[in-house]
Design a protein around this ligand. Structure first.
Ligand code: ATP
Ligand code: MG
Length: 451
Protein backbone atom coordinates (compact mmCIF):
# COMPACT_ATOMS: atom_id res chain seq x y z
CA UNK A 1 0.00 0.00 0.00
CA UNK A 2 1.48 3.33 -1.01
CA UNK A 3 1.29 6.46 1.11
CA UNK A 4 1.93 8.83 -1.75
CA UNK A 5 -0.79 11.44 -2.24
CA UNK A 6 -3.48 10.20 -4.51
CA UNK A 7 -4.30 12.40 -7.41
CA UNK A 8 -7.04 12.75 -9.98
CA UNK A 9 -6.22 11.14 -13.30
CA UNK A 10 -7.16 13.11 -16.43
CA UNK A 11 -9.19 10.21 -17.81
CA UNK A 12 -11.28 7.80 -15.79
CA UNK A 13 -10.83 4.10 -15.56
CA UNK A 14 -14.23 2.87 -16.77
CA UNK A 15 -15.37 -0.28 -14.99
CA UNK A 16 -18.07 -1.93 -17.12
CA UNK A 17 -21.26 -3.38 -15.64
CA UNK A 18 -19.88 -6.91 -16.03
CA UNK A 19 -17.02 -6.10 -13.65
CA UNK A 20 -18.85 -4.63 -10.68
CA UNK A 21 -21.74 -5.67 -8.46
CA UNK A 22 -23.97 -2.58 -8.57
CA UNK A 23 -27.46 -3.63 -9.55
CA UNK A 24 -30.29 -1.25 -10.39
CA UNK A 25 -32.50 -3.35 -8.11
CA UNK A 26 -30.57 -1.88 -5.14
CA UNK A 27 -30.88 1.73 -6.27
CA UNK A 28 -33.81 3.81 -5.07
CA UNK A 29 -36.60 3.93 -7.69
CA UNK A 30 -36.70 7.69 -7.31
CA UNK A 31 -32.98 8.10 -7.88
CA UNK A 32 -33.34 5.98 -11.04
CA UNK A 33 -36.20 8.20 -12.23
CA UNK A 34 -34.03 11.29 -11.82
CA UNK A 35 -31.03 9.70 -13.53
CA UNK A 36 -33.06 8.45 -16.51
CA UNK A 37 -34.92 11.70 -17.04
CA UNK A 38 -31.64 13.66 -17.07
CA UNK A 39 -30.11 11.19 -19.49
CA UNK A 40 -33.17 11.23 -21.79
CA UNK A 41 -32.95 15.03 -21.87
CA UNK A 42 -29.40 14.71 -23.21
CA UNK A 43 -27.40 15.34 -20.02
CA UNK A 44 -24.76 13.27 -18.28
CA UNK A 45 -26.15 11.73 -15.11
CA UNK A 46 -24.25 9.83 -12.44
CA UNK A 47 -24.92 8.45 -9.02
CA UNK A 48 -22.07 9.63 -6.84
CA UNK A 49 -20.50 9.64 -3.39
CA UNK A 50 -21.44 7.44 -0.47
CA UNK A 51 -24.19 5.61 -2.35
CA UNK A 52 -21.80 4.17 -4.97
CA UNK A 53 -19.33 3.20 -2.25
CA UNK A 54 -22.05 1.53 -0.17
CA UNK A 55 -23.50 -0.36 -3.15
CA UNK A 56 -20.05 -1.72 -4.02
CA UNK A 57 -19.77 -2.90 -0.42
CA UNK A 58 -23.19 -4.55 -0.54
CA UNK A 59 -24.61 -2.09 2.00
CA UNK A 60 -27.87 -0.14 1.80
CA UNK A 61 -27.09 3.52 1.10
CA UNK A 62 -28.98 5.95 3.31
CA UNK A 63 -29.28 8.53 0.56
CA UNK A 64 -28.64 8.80 -3.16
CA UNK A 65 -26.86 11.80 -4.61
CA UNK A 66 -26.77 12.63 -8.31
CA UNK A 67 -24.14 14.61 -10.23
CA UNK A 68 -24.81 16.01 -13.68
CA UNK A 69 -23.67 18.52 -16.29
CA UNK A 70 -27.18 20.02 -16.35
CA UNK A 71 -27.29 23.42 -14.63
CA UNK A 72 -29.61 23.87 -11.63
CA UNK A 73 -32.17 25.82 -13.69
CA UNK A 74 -32.21 22.98 -16.24
CA UNK A 75 -32.84 20.47 -13.46
CA UNK A 76 -35.54 22.72 -12.03
CA UNK A 77 -37.21 22.82 -15.44
CA UNK A 78 -37.14 19.03 -15.82
CA UNK A 79 -38.66 18.22 -12.42
CA UNK A 80 -41.86 19.84 -11.21
CA UNK A 81 -41.18 18.37 -7.76
CA UNK A 82 -37.84 20.14 -7.39
CA UNK A 83 -36.55 23.28 -5.77
CA UNK A 84 -33.22 25.04 -5.76
CA UNK A 85 -31.35 25.44 -2.50
CA UNK A 86 -28.07 27.04 -1.42
CA UNK A 87 -26.96 30.60 -2.07
CA UNK A 88 -23.29 30.22 -2.91
CA UNK A 89 -23.48 26.92 -4.71
CA UNK A 90 -26.91 26.01 -5.92
CA UNK A 91 -28.25 22.47 -5.81
CA UNK A 92 -31.57 21.01 -6.82
CA UNK A 93 -33.60 18.92 -4.40
CA UNK A 94 -36.07 16.62 -6.13
CA UNK A 95 -38.69 15.49 -3.66
CA UNK A 96 -40.63 12.21 -3.72
CA UNK A 97 -42.66 12.02 -0.52
CA UNK A 98 -40.11 11.63 2.26
CA UNK A 99 -37.22 10.92 -0.08
CA UNK A 100 -35.12 13.76 -1.43
CA UNK A 101 -32.70 13.17 -4.28
CA UNK A 102 -29.98 15.81 -4.29
CA UNK A 103 -28.86 16.80 -7.77
CA UNK A 104 -25.61 18.78 -8.00
CA UNK A 105 -24.09 20.27 -11.11
CA UNK A 106 -20.42 19.33 -11.64
CA UNK A 107 -18.36 21.87 -9.82
CA UNK A 108 -15.32 23.44 -11.44
CA UNK A 109 -12.39 25.55 -10.24
CA UNK A 110 -12.73 28.29 -12.86
CA UNK A 111 -9.32 29.69 -13.75
CA UNK A 112 -6.57 29.90 -11.11
CA UNK A 113 -7.20 33.53 -10.29
CA UNK A 114 -10.90 32.92 -10.01
CA UNK A 115 -10.31 29.87 -7.83
CA UNK A 116 -8.05 31.81 -5.46
CA UNK A 117 -10.55 34.66 -5.27
CA UNK A 118 -13.42 32.35 -4.49
CA UNK A 119 -11.60 30.25 -1.95
CA UNK A 120 -13.42 31.07 1.21
CA UNK A 121 -15.04 29.32 4.05
CA UNK A 122 -18.72 29.74 4.71
CA UNK A 123 -19.53 31.46 8.00
CA UNK A 124 -22.35 29.11 8.93
CA UNK A 125 -20.95 25.77 7.88
CA UNK A 126 -17.17 26.22 7.91
CA UNK A 127 -17.11 24.51 4.56
CA UNK A 128 -14.95 25.70 1.75
CA UNK A 129 -17.30 27.40 -0.67
CA UNK A 130 -16.81 28.93 -4.06
CA UNK A 131 -19.46 30.81 -5.96
CA UNK A 132 -21.27 28.93 -8.64
CA UNK A 133 -18.49 27.81 -10.93
CA UNK A 134 -19.67 24.91 -12.97
CA UNK A 135 -17.22 22.48 -14.38
CA UNK A 136 -16.89 19.04 -15.82
CA UNK A 137 -16.72 15.71 -14.10
CA UNK A 138 -12.89 15.68 -13.88
CA UNK A 139 -13.01 18.93 -11.92
CA UNK A 140 -15.88 17.74 -9.78
CA UNK A 141 -13.79 14.84 -8.51
CA UNK A 142 -11.55 17.33 -6.67
CA UNK A 143 -14.28 18.43 -4.33
CA UNK A 144 -14.67 14.90 -2.98
CA UNK A 145 -12.80 13.92 0.16
CA UNK A 146 -11.76 10.26 -0.04
CA UNK A 147 -11.08 8.18 -3.12
CA UNK A 148 -13.77 5.73 -1.95
CA UNK A 149 -16.28 8.61 -2.07
CA UNK A 150 -15.32 9.74 -5.55
CA UNK A 151 -16.78 7.01 -7.74
CA UNK A 152 -19.42 7.84 -10.37
CA UNK A 153 -22.03 5.35 -11.56
CA UNK A 154 -23.05 6.22 -15.11
CA UNK A 155 -26.71 5.64 -15.90
CA UNK A 156 -25.97 5.65 -19.66
CA UNK A 157 -24.27 2.24 -19.60
CA UNK A 158 -24.21 1.24 -15.89
CA UNK A 159 -20.44 1.54 -15.73
CA UNK A 160 -18.46 3.04 -12.83
CA UNK A 161 -16.03 5.89 -13.56
CA UNK A 162 -12.96 5.99 -11.38
CA UNK A 163 -10.51 8.92 -11.54
CA UNK A 164 -8.64 8.27 -8.28
CA UNK A 165 -8.17 4.55 -7.71
CA UNK A 166 -11.24 4.56 -5.48
CA UNK A 167 -12.57 1.28 -6.86
CA UNK A 168 -9.46 -0.61 -5.71
CA UNK A 169 -9.50 1.29 -2.40
CA UNK A 170 -13.11 0.30 -1.67
CA UNK A 171 -12.25 -3.33 -2.25
CA UNK A 172 -9.11 -3.03 -0.12
CA UNK A 173 -11.20 -1.19 2.53
CA UNK A 174 -8.83 1.75 2.46
CA UNK A 175 -9.56 5.42 3.17
CA UNK A 176 -7.33 7.74 1.23
CA UNK A 177 -7.69 11.47 0.73
CA UNK A 178 -7.59 12.80 -2.79
CA UNK A 179 -4.58 15.07 -3.25
CA UNK A 180 -2.20 16.29 -0.58
CA UNK A 181 -3.62 15.14 2.77
CA UNK A 182 -2.42 18.11 4.81
CA UNK A 183 -3.92 20.61 2.34
CA UNK A 184 -7.21 18.72 2.27
CA UNK A 185 -7.46 18.49 6.09
CA UNK A 186 -6.60 22.17 6.48
CA UNK A 187 -9.17 23.13 3.85
CA UNK A 188 -11.84 21.39 5.89
CA UNK A 189 -10.89 19.90 9.28
CA UNK A 190 -14.22 18.05 9.45
CA UNK A 191 -12.61 15.62 7.00
CA UNK A 192 -10.60 14.30 9.98
CA UNK A 193 -13.85 13.47 11.79
CA UNK A 194 -15.19 11.95 8.59
CA UNK A 195 -12.08 9.76 8.38
CA UNK A 196 -12.75 8.49 11.92
CA UNK A 197 -16.42 7.97 11.11
CA UNK A 198 -15.93 6.05 7.87
CA UNK A 199 -13.20 3.92 9.46
CA UNK A 200 -15.68 3.06 12.23
CA UNK A 201 -18.78 2.63 10.12
CA UNK A 202 -17.27 0.76 7.19
CA UNK A 203 -14.44 -0.97 9.03
CA UNK A 204 -11.94 0.69 6.69
CA UNK A 205 -8.32 1.41 7.43
CA UNK A 206 -7.18 5.00 7.17
CA UNK A 207 -4.18 5.32 4.89
CA UNK A 208 -1.05 5.54 7.07
CA UNK A 209 -0.03 8.94 5.70
CA UNK A 210 -3.45 10.47 6.47
CA UNK A 211 -3.74 8.78 9.85
CA UNK A 212 -0.32 10.05 10.98
CA UNK A 213 -1.34 13.64 10.17
CA UNK A 214 -4.57 13.65 12.14
CA UNK A 215 -3.15 13.90 15.69
CA UNK A 216 -0.99 16.80 14.47
CA UNK A 217 -3.87 18.67 12.89
CA UNK A 218 -6.64 17.64 15.30
CA UNK A 219 -6.60 21.07 16.98
CA UNK A 220 -8.06 22.54 13.79
CA UNK A 221 -11.37 20.96 14.80
CA UNK A 222 -11.57 23.69 17.48
CA UNK A 223 -12.23 26.21 14.72
CA UNK A 224 -15.19 24.33 13.22
CA UNK A 225 -18.58 25.96 13.90
CA UNK A 226 -20.41 24.28 16.79
CA UNK A 227 -23.55 23.68 14.72
CA UNK A 228 -21.64 21.65 12.19
CA UNK A 229 -20.02 19.61 14.96
CA UNK A 230 -23.44 18.70 16.32
CA UNK A 231 -24.31 17.23 12.91
CA UNK A 232 -21.08 15.26 12.93
CA UNK A 233 -21.69 14.15 16.52
CA UNK A 234 -25.02 12.63 15.45
CA UNK A 235 -23.45 10.80 12.51
CA UNK A 236 -20.64 9.48 14.71
CA UNK A 237 -22.71 8.37 17.68
CA UNK A 238 -26.30 7.73 16.65
CA UNK A 239 -25.83 5.55 13.59
CA UNK A 240 -25.06 2.16 15.12
CA UNK A 241 -21.27 2.39 15.31
CA UNK A 242 -20.81 4.62 18.36
CA UNK A 243 -18.32 2.40 20.13
CA UNK A 244 -16.10 2.05 17.06
CA UNK A 245 -16.32 5.82 16.46
CA UNK A 246 -15.24 6.49 20.04
CA UNK A 247 -12.21 4.22 19.66
CA UNK A 248 -11.19 5.85 16.40
CA UNK A 249 -11.60 9.36 17.82
CA UNK A 250 -9.52 8.45 20.87
CA UNK A 251 -6.84 6.78 18.81
CA UNK A 252 -6.55 9.75 16.45
CA UNK A 253 -6.49 12.40 19.18
CA UNK A 254 -9.79 13.90 18.04
CA UNK A 255 -12.04 13.06 20.99
CA UNK A 256 -10.48 15.71 23.26
CA UNK A 257 -11.44 18.36 20.71
CA UNK A 258 -15.08 17.31 20.80
CA UNK A 259 -15.43 16.58 24.53
CA UNK A 260 -12.57 18.33 26.34
CA UNK A 261 -13.93 17.90 29.89
CA UNK A 262 -14.71 14.22 29.29
CA UNK A 263 -11.25 13.62 27.81
CA UNK A 264 -9.66 15.22 30.85
CA UNK A 265 -11.76 13.12 33.20
CA UNK A 266 -10.82 9.98 31.24
CA UNK A 267 -7.10 10.61 31.29
CA UNK A 268 -5.14 7.97 29.41
CA UNK A 269 -8.07 5.53 29.74
CA UNK A 270 -7.87 1.77 30.01
CA UNK A 271 -9.72 1.72 33.35
CA UNK A 272 -13.23 1.66 34.82
CA UNK A 273 -13.96 5.13 33.46
CA UNK A 274 -13.32 4.05 29.93
CA UNK A 275 -15.36 0.86 30.49
CA UNK A 276 -18.27 2.98 31.67
CA UNK A 277 -18.27 4.96 28.41
CA UNK A 278 -17.66 1.91 26.25
CA UNK A 279 -20.54 0.09 27.83
CA UNK A 280 -22.90 3.00 27.26
CA UNK A 281 -21.82 3.21 23.62
CA UNK A 282 -22.21 -0.53 23.08
CA UNK A 283 -25.68 -0.23 24.59
CA UNK A 284 -26.62 2.53 22.17
CA UNK A 285 -25.34 0.47 19.24
CA UNK A 286 -27.40 -2.52 20.36
CA UNK A 287 -30.50 -0.33 20.48
CA UNK A 288 -29.88 1.00 16.97
CA UNK A 289 -29.37 -2.57 15.74
CA UNK A 290 -32.77 -3.50 17.19
CA UNK A 291 -34.42 -0.41 15.67
CA UNK A 292 -35.20 0.99 19.11
CA UNK A 293 -35.09 4.75 19.50
CA UNK A 294 -31.95 6.50 20.73
CA UNK A 295 -31.66 10.06 21.91
CA UNK A 296 -28.57 12.23 21.80
CA UNK A 297 -29.40 13.54 25.28
CA UNK A 298 -28.58 10.18 26.86
CA UNK A 299 -25.12 9.78 25.35
CA UNK A 300 -24.28 13.41 25.94
CA UNK A 301 -25.25 12.89 29.56
CA UNK A 302 -23.09 9.79 29.79
CA UNK A 303 -20.11 11.71 28.38
CA UNK A 304 -20.60 14.53 30.86
CA UNK A 305 -21.45 12.47 33.95
CA UNK A 306 -17.85 11.97 35.16
CA UNK A 307 -16.83 15.63 34.93
CA UNK A 308 -20.19 16.72 36.41
CA UNK A 309 -19.86 14.39 39.40
CA UNK A 310 -16.28 15.58 40.04
CA UNK A 311 -17.25 19.22 39.86
CA UNK A 312 -20.30 18.66 42.07
CA UNK A 313 -18.10 16.97 44.68
CA UNK A 314 -15.77 19.98 44.65
CA UNK A 315 -18.70 22.38 45.04
CA UNK A 316 -20.59 20.38 47.66
CA UNK A 317 -19.96 19.95 51.33
CA UNK A 318 -21.93 22.18 53.67
CA UNK A 319 -22.45 24.89 51.10
CA UNK A 320 -25.26 23.14 49.24
CA UNK A 321 -27.16 19.88 48.98
CA UNK A 322 -25.99 17.09 46.67
CA UNK A 323 -28.91 17.87 44.41
CA UNK A 324 -27.99 21.54 44.21
CA UNK A 325 -24.31 20.79 43.63
CA UNK A 326 -25.17 18.42 40.78
CA UNK A 327 -27.56 20.97 39.31
CA UNK A 328 -24.91 23.70 39.33
CA UNK A 329 -22.18 21.41 37.95
CA UNK A 330 -24.48 20.00 35.24
CA UNK A 331 -25.48 23.53 34.23
CA UNK A 332 -21.85 24.68 33.97
CA UNK A 333 -20.58 21.69 32.06
CA UNK A 334 -23.55 21.71 29.69
CA UNK A 335 -22.80 25.35 28.92
CA UNK A 336 -19.10 24.67 28.33
CA UNK A 337 -19.88 21.68 26.15
CA UNK A 338 -22.43 23.48 23.99
CA UNK A 339 -19.84 26.13 23.13
CA UNK A 340 -18.01 23.33 21.37
CA UNK A 341 -20.92 21.25 20.07
CA UNK A 342 -24.16 23.16 19.57
CA UNK A 343 -26.55 20.80 21.33
CA UNK A 344 -30.12 22.08 20.91
CA UNK A 345 -31.96 22.95 24.12
CA UNK A 346 -34.45 20.14 23.60
CA UNK A 347 -31.58 17.74 24.33
CA UNK A 348 -29.40 19.73 26.73
CA UNK A 349 -32.22 20.57 29.15
CA UNK A 350 -33.37 16.96 29.75
CA UNK A 351 -29.71 15.91 29.86
CA UNK A 352 -29.05 18.26 32.77
CA UNK A 353 -32.13 16.94 34.54
CA UNK A 354 -31.00 13.36 34.06
CA UNK A 355 -27.62 14.20 35.61
CA UNK A 356 -28.91 16.11 38.60
CA UNK A 357 -31.51 13.44 39.31
CA UNK A 358 -28.73 10.96 40.11
CA UNK A 359 -28.81 12.25 43.69
CA UNK A 360 -32.51 11.35 43.99
CA UNK A 361 -31.72 7.63 43.96
CA UNK A 362 -30.28 7.96 47.45
CA UNK A 363 -33.75 8.72 48.77
CA UNK A 364 -35.52 5.39 48.96
CA UNK A 365 -38.51 6.31 51.14
CA UNK A 366 -41.43 8.67 51.06
CA UNK A 367 -43.68 10.52 48.67
CA UNK A 368 -40.71 12.19 46.90
CA UNK A 369 -39.35 8.80 45.85
CA UNK A 370 -42.79 7.80 44.57
CA UNK A 371 -43.11 11.03 42.61
CA UNK A 372 -39.62 10.43 41.19
CA UNK A 373 -40.39 6.95 39.91
CA UNK A 374 -43.53 8.29 38.25
CA UNK A 375 -41.78 11.27 36.68
CA UNK A 376 -41.06 11.70 33.00
CA UNK A 377 -37.28 11.77 33.47
CA UNK A 378 -37.06 8.69 35.71
CA UNK A 379 -36.34 6.14 32.99
CA UNK A 380 -33.30 7.90 31.52
CA UNK A 381 -31.92 8.71 34.98
CA UNK A 382 -32.40 5.08 36.01
CA UNK A 383 -30.63 3.78 32.87
CA UNK A 384 -27.66 5.97 33.74
CA UNK A 385 -27.70 4.67 37.33
CA UNK A 386 -27.54 1.08 36.06
CA UNK A 387 -24.57 1.90 33.82
CA UNK A 388 -22.85 3.65 36.72
CA UNK A 389 -23.42 0.68 38.99
CA UNK A 390 -21.95 -1.70 36.46
CA UNK A 391 -18.84 0.43 36.21
CA UNK A 392 -18.41 0.62 39.99
CA UNK A 393 -19.52 4.25 40.05
CA UNK A 394 -22.74 3.60 42.00
CA UNK A 395 -23.84 1.05 44.60
CA UNK A 396 -25.04 -2.06 42.71
CA UNK A 397 -27.46 -2.88 45.56
CA UNK A 398 -29.05 0.51 45.20
CA UNK A 399 -29.44 0.06 41.43
CA UNK A 400 -30.91 -3.40 41.97
CA UNK A 401 -33.34 -2.07 44.52
CA UNK A 402 -34.68 0.50 42.02
CA UNK A 403 -34.85 -2.15 39.33
CA UNK A 404 -37.05 -4.41 41.43
CA UNK A 405 -39.14 -1.56 42.78
CA UNK A 406 -40.25 -0.61 39.27
CA UNK A 407 -41.59 -4.09 38.66
CA UNK A 408 -43.90 -4.09 41.66
CA UNK A 409 -47.58 -3.28 41.41
CA UNK A 410 -48.40 0.25 42.66
CA UNK A 411 -49.70 -0.78 46.13
CA UNK A 412 -46.54 -2.73 46.83
CA UNK A 413 -44.40 0.14 45.63
CA UNK A 414 -46.11 2.41 48.13
CA UNK A 415 -45.48 -0.10 50.86
CA UNK A 416 -41.79 -0.41 49.92
CA UNK A 417 -41.43 3.33 50.03
CA UNK A 418 -42.91 3.35 53.53
CA UNK A 419 -46.09 5.05 52.41
CA UNK A 420 -48.49 2.29 53.43
CA UNK A 421 -48.57 -0.65 55.83
CA UNK A 422 -49.53 -4.07 54.45
CA UNK A 423 -52.93 -3.51 56.06
CA UNK A 424 -53.47 -0.23 54.22
CA UNK A 425 -52.86 2.49 56.82
CA UNK A 426 -50.03 4.88 56.07
CA UNK A 427 -47.86 4.57 59.16
CA UNK A 428 -44.25 4.88 57.95
CA UNK A 429 -41.95 1.91 58.10
CA UNK A 430 -38.26 1.82 57.56
CA UNK A 431 -37.43 0.42 54.12
CA UNK A 432 -34.91 0.76 51.36
CA UNK A 433 -31.83 -1.18 50.34
CA UNK A 434 -29.24 -2.25 52.83
CA UNK A 435 -25.89 -1.11 51.45
CA UNK A 436 -23.69 -4.09 50.70
CA UNK A 437 -26.31 -6.46 52.10
CA UNK A 438 -28.78 -8.87 50.55
CA UNK A 439 -31.79 -7.50 48.74
CA UNK A 440 -35.05 -7.53 50.55
CA UNK A 441 -37.37 -7.15 47.60
CA UNK A 442 -38.38 -10.47 46.17
CA UNK A 443 -38.93 -9.85 42.48
CA UNK A 444 -37.81 -12.39 39.88
CA UNK A 445 -35.40 -10.88 37.35
CA UNK A 446 -33.65 -7.64 36.59
CA UNK A 447 -34.86 -5.93 33.44
CA UNK A 448 -32.17 -5.11 30.92
CA UNK A 449 -31.27 -1.46 30.87
CA UNK A 450 -32.11 0.68 27.89
CA UNK A 451 -31.56 4.30 27.25
P1 ATP B 1 -22.90 8.85 4.38
O1 ATP B 1 -24.06 9.50 3.65
O2 ATP B 1 -22.88 7.39 4.37
O3 ATP B 1 -22.66 9.44 5.71
P2 ATP B 1 -21.40 10.05 2.25
O4 ATP B 1 -20.04 9.70 1.71
O5 ATP B 1 -22.55 9.94 1.34
O6 ATP B 1 -21.58 9.22 3.56
P3 ATP B 1 -22.21 12.76 2.61
O7 ATP B 1 -21.92 13.65 3.75
O8 ATP B 1 -23.60 12.34 2.33
O9 ATP B 1 -21.26 11.51 2.80
O10 ATP B 1 -21.59 13.48 1.32
C1 ATP B 1 -21.76 13.00 -0.01
C2 ATP B 1 -20.45 13.11 -0.79
O11 ATP B 1 -20.03 14.48 -0.83
C3 ATP B 1 -19.30 12.35 -0.16
O12 ATP B 1 -19.26 11.02 -0.57
C4 ATP B 1 -18.12 13.14 -0.65
O13 ATP B 1 -17.78 12.77 -1.98
C5 ATP B 1 -18.62 14.57 -0.67
N1 ATP B 1 -18.34 15.26 0.60
C6 ATP B 1 -19.16 15.42 1.67
N2 ATP B 1 -18.59 16.12 2.65
C7 ATP B 1 -17.38 16.43 2.21
C8 ATP B 1 -16.27 17.17 2.75
N3 ATP B 1 -16.35 17.69 3.97
N4 ATP B 1 -15.17 17.30 1.98
C9 ATP B 1 -15.12 16.75 0.75
N5 ATP B 1 -16.09 16.05 0.19
C10 ATP B 1 -17.21 15.89 0.89
MG1 MG C 1 -24.57 10.43 1.77
Amino acid sequence: MSDTPHSVQPAPQVIPRSEHNISRADISKNALKVLYRLKDAGYQAFLVGGSVRDLLLGRHPKDFDVATDAHPEDVRALFGNSRLIGRRFRLAHVRFGHEIIEVATFRGFGNEEQAAGHREVSEETGRLIRDNVYGNIEEDVWRRDFTANSLYYNIADYSVWDFTGGFADVHARRLRLIGDPETRFREDPVRMLRAARFAAKLDFEIDAGCAALIPELAHLVDGVPAARLFEEFLKLFQAGHAQASFRQLRRLGLFEHLFPATAQWLGPGGDARECFLEEALANTDARVAEDRPVTPMFLLGVFLWGPVADRAAALGGDAMSDFQALAVAAGELAREQTERIAVPKRFSVPMREMLQLQSRFERTRGARALAFIESKRFRAAYDLLVLRARAGNADPDLAHWWTTLQQLPPEQQRRELGLERPGGSSRRRRRGPRRGGAQRLAVPSESPPGN
